[in-house]
Design a protein around this ligand. Structure first.
Ligand code: ACM
Length: 514
């Protein structure tokens, strides 16, 4: 959201003819690429001018023109965000005379959707692409695989979805909850679905970054192909797709077979996703099975490694080299720093800023997404009527005061921060409405942080942001977003625990418990 007050705004109306089509009125809007803007503001910068001669959008590149169109939508009013026009065609609508020149602070402005814990059907993903485009975000990171589900069809390994995409039942609430939803849960994207998602995103200047999580968070894959697990430690053939939450001990075996298998998976992934970055997870991989496994220990010895951390690093480095040889770059969660990070790899800093700081100082690119600030599964108010009381309380204001670049970085190190990303883990979000509730309105605050060069957190004008949100809530209404209103959850958004059952409210300040 970038409708900041603009110097020189003259509130005289310019009439636009409503052609009845969705979107800014193509007939009245002139667009062009301006090399001077490319030079000065980069490809995503734009200048929007509404004057007596009409509307002119000049972009540093096609993306800049697209972001300029999003600003024009904001100026046209909330109805512009409806799927179908609410007015009869040929009615005139107005937009103020205005000049807006703007460019993003960060090149990576992302949202991660965890479609593994709860599957989001394709139409929901396309809808989220529209929502993030309206907020001028340009990266959709899809967390496609986890212990609880494998969500992308891989032709050479059909059991990944035949078996791995389905679980028998689901823990309701966090992992200590005594409750179960006894319905089976699942779903996956076919390769045609993925092509559609990627093309739809590309049309909105959004890059889809796929995540295939290795070597932890892999029980769904092991359930489908038991030889991927540590067969000399446990009976992997008896594992199903995981039905509860937390950190799972059943990790991939560090064998050549596993490497070849995932190379096969990634070959298909590269054919579907043109993204320069491919996310390979790397987080939360317990080493107990590797400690107990004669095969893993023999591999450590054969490779001359010091310990199991270095074995994880060997795993990641293998795929870093593999991706680099194919013209792509590896990105992973900040655990990939442990045991030494492969040259060229980038880091998603999630356990706080420390991983990102260490990575930037070591010359690696960083996406800042600290869980303490921008994990949108965390509850947004302390009240008893919040739908699922997990994690820290992180309010709209907290997100508005999030600063992606920590002050201890030098300018050269800070330049390593490619940008920032809000992450949406869906253990307790079983449908789109729950996702909307957690994501909005906080994503609007996040989008402003990712786009604008705001003052230091303490000096940010949150009252000004809140007053601009009044107009933005009307846009979210037009978009059909089930956001959390400032006054608290609406009746259908409340979810008190069933009588007599505690969902386990965590102690404030404690680490999140899912
Ligand atoms: C993560 O939250 N485990 C990346």
């Amino acid at each position: 959201m970038t409708d900041k007050p603009v110097p020189g705004l003259i509130p005289a109306p310019r009439h636009l003819t409503d052609t009845g089509r969705h979107g800014p009125y193509a007939d009245d809007v002139r667009t062009r690429i301006d090399p001077e803007l490319t030079e000065r503001l980069g490809p995503e910068g734009y200048r929007l001018t509404v004057g007596r001669c009409g509307v002119d959008i000049a972009g540093g590149g096609e993306a800049g023109v697209f972001w300029g169109r999003q600003t024009l939508r904001q100026l046209l009013g909330p109805d512009e965000f409806r799927k179908a026009p609410v007015r009869p065609p040929d009615r005139e609508r107005t937009v103020p005379y205005v000049t807006v020149e703007d460019a993003p602070r960060f090149a990576w402005r992302g949202l991660m959707l965890d479609v593994a814990r709860h599957f989001m059907p394709k139409d929901g993903v396309l809808r989220y692409i529209d929502l993030i485009a309206a907020h001028k975000l340009n990266v959709l990171h899809l967390h496609l695989t986890d212990d609880q589900g494998w969500r992308i069809g891989i032709e050479r390994y059909p059991r990944l979805t035949e078996v791995g995409a389905w679980r028998e039942r689901t823990k309701y609430g966090h992992r200590a909850s005594p409750l179960w939803d006894e319905r089976p849960h699942g779903g996956y994207y076919t390769q045609d679905d993925i092509r559609e998602i990627v093309a739809y995103a590309a049309g909105r200047h959004i890059t889809v970054v796929p995540e295939i999580d290795i070597p932890g968070h892999s029980q769904a894959a092991i359930a489908a192909y038991p030889e991927l697990g540590n067969t000399d430690v446990i009976d992997t053939a008896s594992l199903g797709v995981w039905t509860t939450w937390g950190i799972n001990p059943n990790v991939l075996a560090p064998t050549d077979n596993t490497l070849r298998f995932y190379e096969g998976v990634l070959e298909e992934v590269l054919g579907l996703f043109p993204s320069p970055f491919v996310h390979i997870g790397g987080d939360e991989c317990p080493k107990d099975q590797w400690k107990a496994s004669p095969t893993a220990q023999a591999r450590i010895k054969e490779l001359g490694l010091a310990d199991e951390d270095e074995l994880q690093s060997w795993f990641i480095r293998h795929f870093d080299r593999w991706l680099t040889a194919r013209g792509r770059r590896l990105i992973g969660w900040d655990e990939i720093l442990e045991g030494g990070l492969a040259e060229g790899a980038a880091v998603s800093s999630w356990r706080g800023y420390a991983g990102g700081i260490a990575a930037a100082r070591a010359g690696h690119d960083v996406v800042m997404c600290p869980e303490q600030q921008v994990y949108l599964d965390h509850r947004q108010a302390p009240g008893d009527d919040e739908p699922m009381p997990i994690g820290y309380v992180r309010t709209l204001e907290d997100v508005y005061r999030f600063e992606p670049v920590p002050p201890q970085l030098t300018p050269a190190e800070a330049a390593r921060v490619l940008g920032t990303q809000a992450n949406v883990w869906t253990e307790v979000m079983e449908n789109q409405q729950r996702v909307d509730y957690q994501v909005f309105p906080r994503l609007a605050a996040f989008a402003e942080v990712a786009w604008s060069a705001l003052p230091a957190p303490a000096e940010r004008d949150f009252a000004g942001f809140e007053s601009r949100m009044t107009a933005h809530y009307a846009r979210l209404d037009a978009l059909g977003v089930d956001y959390r209103p400032p006054s608290g959850p609406r009746p259908w958004q409340r979810r008190p625990a069933p009588e007599g059952v505690s969902l386990g409210r965590p102690i404030e300040g404690a680490p999140p418990i899912v």
